[in-house]
Ligand binder design. Structure first.
Ligand code: CU
Length: 178
């Protein structure tokens, strides 16, 4: 008993070390979490040939929604143009490349025929309100915080597997067809 109290009053070096270890552990863990979190937002990038695919993302969809958008940037570091030809993913029955625009004051959306050109030395952004992917016939509801895989096929660079990070639901007019 008396042994127990003495230990409690004056911690031995071993226990100081252990508590330091515990604190250090938490600090390291916090750092790792920060890094992983930051990666999701900032450093989520894929490369194939001369192309860099930046931050593929999608939006969480409400229950019952049959389509989801897909967005990313493509940077072509090469000296020849390339072309995004097709997209596939297990998340949906099919995936298409769409273009959205305003025609006579009405928001329109149409499939892009013949693929999307990525100019030599250029950068093309697929973003809400413009070019985007459309995952059609969702097999499940992508949830915020998760990722789903998709394959992008380019004419010259070939196929590349990327992960689409699912972000929160939006509410704007860029959420067409939802
Ligand atoms: Cu669309």
């Amino acid at each position: 008993m008396s042994q127990f109290f003495r230990t409690a009053e004056r911690p031995m070096p071993g226990s100081i070390l252990r508590s330091l270890e515990a604190r250090l552990g938490i600090a390291v863990l916090a750092f790792v979490l920060l890094f992983v979190g930051a990666q999701t937002v900032f450093a989520h990038e894929f490369k194939v040939g001369d192309l860099e695919i930046g931050h593929p993302w999608s939006r969480a969809t409400p229950a019952g929604a049959k389509v989801a958008g897909g967005y990313f940037t493509v940077t072509n570091k090469g000296s020849a143009p390339d072309r995004l030809l097709s997209i596939s993913s297990d998340v949906s029955e099919k995936a298409e490349l769409h273009e959205m625009g305003v025609k006579d004051g009405v928001m329109t959306m149409r499939p892009v025929a013949g693929g999307l050109e990525i100019p030599a030395g250029g950068k093309v952004a697929l973003a809400p309100g413009g070019y985007h992917l459309m995952f059609i016939g969702l097999k499940r509801q992508p949830k915020q915080g998760e990722k789903f895989a998709a394959t992008l096929t380019f004419e010259k660079a070939g196929a590349v597997s990327v992960d689409f990070a699912v972000e929160g639901m939006g509410g704007g007019m860029d959420d067409h067809a939802n």
